[in-house]
Design a protein around this ligand. Structure first.
Ligand code: PLP
Length: 395
């Protein structure tokens, strides 16, 4: 008998993928330029030139056996040290390479951290709207996902709702700021309040509550918004980072986990993450990409197109009367659907070849996610189609 749970996961429908496939089918019929596909969060800008230059240099100048060989499981020591020092310079932290575990992107960072921390019966708190893979990652550990409903006014943390869901079984919380799908960035006030509450609850329950900061969008922010670095506010924080979005390298699978010395049982937590990465079969993060990450860790792709797309959408939606909280970061925007049933709204949009993802898949009905990582011309051409959609509701 096969693992039924895994068959279920392997065959479960993905609304985002289905929309994307539908978009491809429609493009074959009506032409790519007439399909406004905002379903997938795949960066639309190339990696910075230094990435390819570094790869070329490495291929020309390195010993090929070493370049493509295994590194030690946590990553090459020089790579970890370089990235740790870079974080210290930018965030005012005090990490060394020993605090970093190189991973195959944020997904691997999260699964290694969650499997390292959780035992069956534990609870992991997640805030709506949330990246749907969290549920898969959490439940695979035997822990239970506990969902805090969204604060749809600002997409900050609804503290009463959170407090009602913390229990002695709470092992960890996942926070994702800037957020997929809302684009919200937690303010410093939110972060301080969260840290205060968690310290109180740790004292009350007599055990650590770990804060897992899922940060693949840290560098994609607008209008001077800053993203507080959570280890500076709360000791028991693990940072799960990825270069997928900042360097536009999602297919290359490279990121890291930070386990600070201040974190409760720091050495054991690091060992548990390492053990989980081993059990999950990661072996080591891709060797050449580790070197690329170290060389390019202070670079970002040119993300100006996301700022322009966000501006156009926000202005357009304001004129059309589509309610929307302005995202502080990411290449997502999460307006309200014009009827309570976001799936029906998404279907109506689909009938106009406008592909937007229902918010209910992110635990936040009544909204839709628009991934605006597309060329700006597509946004410009899509705005009149959004207007047509609005008109369908106004008639
Ligand atoms: N976390 C969030 C919130 C994401 O949106 C994504 C990918 O889109 C990931 C994690 C996974 O990132 P990676 O591709 O680096 O594994």
């Amino acid at each position: 008998m096969l693992n039924e749970k895994m068959i279920g996961l392997g065959t479960a429908r993905s609304v985002i993928r289905e929309l994307f496939e539908y978009g491809n089918q429609r493009a074959a019929v009506v032409g790519r330029e007439n399909v406004f596909d905002f379903s997938l969060g795949n960066p639309s800008v190339p990696a910075p030139p230094k990435v390819n230059d570094t790869i070329n240099d490495l291929c020309r100048t390195s010993d090929p056996v070493q370049l493509h060989g295994y590194t030690s499981a946590p990553g090459a020591p020089a790579v970890r040290e370089t990235i740790a020092q870079s974080i210290n310079r930018r965030q005012g932290t005090h990490f060394t390479g020993d605090n970093l575990y190189m991973t195959c992107g944020a997904a691997a960072s999260l699964t290694s951290a969650l499997n390292g921390l959780c035992n069956p019966g534990d609870e992991v708190v997640v805030f709506a709207p949330y990246f749907p893979e969290y549920q898969v990652f959490i439940e695979h550990t035997g822990a239970e996902m506990v969902l805090v409903p969204a604060d749809v006014e600002a997409f900050q943390i609804p503290f009463d709702e959170l407090e009602a869901r913390l229990t002695p079984k709470t092992k960890a919380l996942i926070v994702n700021s800037p957020n997929n799908p809302s684009g919200a960035v937690y303010s410093e006030a939110t972060v301080e309040k969260l840290a205060d509450l968690l310290r109180l609850k740790e004292a009350e329950y007599g055990h650590p509550i770990y804060l897992i900061a899922d940060e693949p969008y840290r560098e994609i922010v607008f209008d001077g918004v800053t993203v507080p670095y959570l280890t500076k506010y709360y000791d028991d924080t693990l940072v799960c980072y990825s270069y997928s979005k900042s360097l536009s390298l999602p297919g290359e699978r490279i990121g890291y986990i930070v386990v600070p010395d201040e974190c409760a049982d720091s050495k054991l937590v690091f060992a548990a993450c390492a053990g989980a990465a081993r059990a999950l079969g990661y072996v080591c993060a891709p060797s050449m990409l580790q070197l690329v990450a170290a060389a390019c860790c202070e670079e970002t792709a040119d993300m100006s197109v996301y700022a322009e797309n966000r501006r156009l959408l926000l202005e357009g939606f304001k004129e059309m009367g589509i309610p929307c909280v302005a995202p502080g970061g990411t290449f997502y925007i999460f307006p309200q659907s014009l009827e309570p049933d976001d799936v029906a709204f998404s279907e109506k949009a689909k009938s106009l070849d406008l592909l937007v993802v229902p918010g209910s898949g992110f635990g936040c009905p009544g909204h839709v996610r628009i991934a605006h990582c597309v060329p700006t011309e597509r946004i410009q051409k899509a705005l009149p189609v959004f207007q047509k959609l609005v008109d369908l509701y106004r008639k």
